[in-house]
Design a protein around this ligand. Structure first.
Ligand code: ZN
Ligand code: ZN
Length: 272
């Protein structure tokens, strides 16, 4: 799944997912992000949501549908107040839809697709999100049958298909590593966008935890829990240049994880 935008710890995070018509966090309102009507907000730190009013106002100016902002229920009221204050400053109300979403609660995106929040562990109220899709396939006992026979069975009312829910994309936002053990869907998801703020001894695991973030060492210790689709490390500390990130991850990554890992930083996505 193609991701665009930016993500640097403490500076700005705004990750566009055009295929799903949504954006992960809104710390900066990029041109591409304005096109996407739904924003999944992981928490209230300004580098993750400081540009929501701009996003909503720009959509309105361009005569687009109002933006929808899914936010942790604990911050919904403050988010509304932020929109109200921004509207007063701007001299006009800002059309938007703020949706307080609690972990486990589904929000429909399109036919057969929905998003559900999961708990994360940061310094302020926070949550991550998974986009789910319901897919249908033939039940095992019918898979060898010719098409004509299947049509016959279907017409006679036999349920020849079964539904299964597939996790398309999961986004952790800012969190400590516990999220990986406590959220089983992260091990199955097709694309996992995970913060990996600190990468080496520049910051210890202990102080990374103190700041409510993940250290690469913690990720590598949990390799068996990582999904084998696309694993996107993001939200690197501003202390690392893009070259540092590439070099350190390349040095530290075991061969078994190499094929799955992508990096997402100041200039969008790049390879390890
Ligand atoms: Zn952050
Ligand atoms: Zn944060």
């Amino acid at each position: 799944m193609k991701l665009e935008g930016v993500s640097v710890a403490g500076i700005e995070t705004c990750i566009e997912v055009p295929a799903l018509r949504l954006v992960l966090d809104m710390g900066r309102c990029t041109r591409g992000a304005v096109q996407q009507p739904v924003v999944l907000v992981s928490h209230g730190h300004l580098d993750h949501m400081g540009a929501i009013a701009q996003h909503a106002a720009r959509r309105s100016m361009l005569h687009m549908s109002e933006g929808t902002y899914l936010v942790p229920a604990a911050v919904a009221r403050d988010v509304e107040e932020l929109f109200n204050a921004a509207g007063r400053l701007d001299g006009q109300a800002i059309p938007r839809r703020v949706v307080p979403l609690s972990p486990g609660e589904p929000f429909p995106l399109s036919k057969g697709r929905w998003v559900r929040a999961f708990e994360t562990y940061h310094r302020v109220p926070s949550q991550g999100y998974t986009v789910w899709e319901r897919r249908h396939r033939l039940r095992a006992e019918f898979r060898e049958l010719p098409g004509a026979r299947l049509a016959e069975l279907r017409n006679s009312g036999v349920a020849i298909e079964e539904a299964r829910d597939v996790a398309l994309l999961s986004f952790t936002g800012d969190t400590r590593i516990e999220v990986l053990e406590r959220t089983p869907e992260l091990q199955q998801t097709e694309t996992l966008v995970m913060e990996t703020t600190f990468l080496d001894q520049l910051v210890t695991v202990e102080s990374a935890r103190g700041m409510g973030h993940i250290h690469l060492s913690e990720v590598l210790e949990r390799a068996p829990l990582l999904p084998r689709g696309h694993l996107v490390f993001s939200h690197f500390s501003a202390r690392y240049s893009a070259e540092d990130v590439q070099r350190i991850v390349r040095e530290r990554l075991p061969d078994e994880l190499r094929p799955f890992v992508k990096l997402f930083g100041a200039g969008g996505e790049f390879t390890a």
